[in-house]
Design a protein around this ligand. Structure first.
Ligand code: AMP
Ligand code: ZN
Length: 465
């Protein structure tokens, strides 16, 4: 197994700490809103790592945190606190209790998204709010070893005390870290908060009431569930310069041991060539997709088409293409099922080998999909084709078995009344009669279907119940 390690900037052979086992930590979401399909690409990457390792016979332990706390004050380390923004958006008083309530709501929505994208639930999904003591212990260790200092708003990590600070790259010690209000009491621009004071809200600590810094949470949770040194840590590439360098700094200075052996970073999902992000108004969530009638698995199929270290461009047309391609695969699987009924399925070792080779090359899912396509077009027996495709799906996670049947039901039961409504709606849209078009859409929705207009075509889909 070869993987690209951001720490050494090379493709390396993967050698686990314990033979046959993999410990992995993924930086999870801050649950202040529904997450967008850019965030989901990063979490999908974690799923591919886990499924690949399991496919190759490794015993995987996977942890993904949920950041359910903010600082409830606008702070210099990260700009405006996201959880505070969420409370304001919901017109809720800024209290710890309300913050946890909002976070729970969006954490549930996040877990729902993972399920819909067929992302396997990580073995542990710790919440930051339930690990304050672990964070405090770490800060205490750093304090004892002389890595910290106090300012009027918190306890800070002194980056000048660590020789190889920033070894992951992307940051210089002189880099300014705060995006909005810089804390002028910091000794060096790259120093970061380990604990932030908050007299009104927050948890008690030896230094005063407040909140742990964002970076320390990940170190605390990773060490608690996976030990002081782990095999793999992942996140989107934006986390690399600051968050991950800071995780390394505080963890390695506290324990004296290497924190993570392999750092893997995912490229962005872009829209019009720019990173999809909430602040740029690109707030496309799985809910948006479903409202437009797309299946979340079409997005999964789209993600699979690019290597995780390649930027991926998103547009509705591209997604529509993916959905059509996926449906073609479902139809092929359905045909194969019909032809092989009652027969024993087998796996074709040469195709399995090619599939493994693709994944062992730094999780090349694009190549793995190409192997699936070649397999389906090949002239090997139907039993082997189907058996091998279903085996591949343990990694691809496209639900080939279940969805190929579901698809058939949906196609067969498209009611006549619905077809008529769609025709009427097409005529209304041609005449630019938007009012009638909307009224017809409402009727179609009432019938349990959604309709999206893509490239002048109506795409209709049964809503998930
Ligand atoms: P956040 O909640 O902002 O910390 O983001 C959660 C995860 O999503 C992090 O791993 C980010 O790197 C990742 N992420 C954010 N935007 C994108 C994007 N447009 N494409 C891919 N990953 C992203
Ligand atoms: Zn993290």
């Amino acid at each position: 197994m070869k993987l690209y390690n951001s720490l050494t900037r090379t493709k390396e052979d993967f050698v686990p700490i314990t033979e046959g086992k993999v410990t992995m930590y993924h930086c999870g979401p801050t649950v202040y809103d529904y997450i967008h399909i850019g965030n989901l690409r990063s979490f999908f990457m974690g799923d591919i790592l886990r499924r690949t390792f399991e496919f190759l016979g490794y015993d995987v332990k996977q942890v993904m945190n949920i950041t359910d706390i903010g600082h409830l004050v606008s702070d210099g380390d990260e700009g405006n606190d996201k959880m505070t923004k969420a409370l304001k958006r919901h017109n809720m008083e800024i209290t710890l209790e309300n913050m946890l309530k909002i976070a729970d709501f969006y954490a549930d929505a996040f877990k729902e998204d993972l399920k819909n994208l067929n992302i396997l639930t990580p073995h542990v999904m710790p919440k930051a709010s339930q690990h304050i003591l672990e964070d405090i212990e770490l800060v205490k260790k750093l304090e004892e070893k002389g890595y910290t200092y106090r300012t009027s708003d918190g306890i800070y990590f002194d980056t000048s005390k660590m020789k190889d600070y920033g070894k992951l790259g992307g940051i210089q010690r002189k880099d300014r870290q705060g995006r909005i209000e810089e804390n002028t009491e910091k000794k060096h621009p790259a120093d970061f908060a380990l604990w932030k004071f908050d007299e009104k809200n927050g948890w008690p600590s030896p230094w005063g009431q407040g909140f742990p810094g964002w970076h320390i949470e990940c170190s605390g949770m990773s060490m608690k569930y996976l030990g002081e040194t782990i095999d793999i840590h992942t996140g989107g590439k934006d986390l690399k310069p600051v968050h991950h360098n800071n995780e390394i700094a505080q963890s390695e200075c506290a324990t004296g041991k290497q924190f993570v052996r392999y750092w893997l970073h995912g490229e962005f999902l872009n829209i019009n060539g720019e990173k999809l992000s909430k602040s740029k108004g690109g707030n496309i969530t799985l809910r948006t997709l479903e409202e437009k009638g797309f299946s979340p698995l079409a997005l999964r199929y789209l993600y699979l088409q690019a290597h995780y270290r390649s930027p991926m461009n998103f547009s509705w047309e591209i997604l529509e293409g993916a959905e059509k391609g996926l449906k073609r695969i479902y139809r092929t699987i359905r045909d194969l099922k019909g032809k092989t009924e009652g027969k024993v399925l087998r796996e074709n070792s040469s195709f399995v080998e090619r599939f493994k080779e693709a994944l062992e090359d730094d999780f090349n899912t694009a190549e793995a999909l190409a192997v699936l396509h070649t397999l389906l077009k090949s002239d090997i027996s139907d039993e082997e084709k189907l058996g091998t495709a279903l085996l591949f799906d343990r990694v691809l996670g496209l639900e080939l078995d279940e969805m190929s049947e579901k698809n058939e039901e949906e196609e067969e039961t498209l009611p006549e009344e619905l077809t008529q409504l769609l025709q009427e709606r097409a005529r209304a849209r041609e005449a630019k009669d938007w009012e009638t078009s909307d009224a017809l859409r409402a009727k179609i929705n009432e019938m349990g279907y959604s309709v999206a207009d893509v490239n002048g075509e109506q795409i209709v889909q049964k809503k998930n119940t």
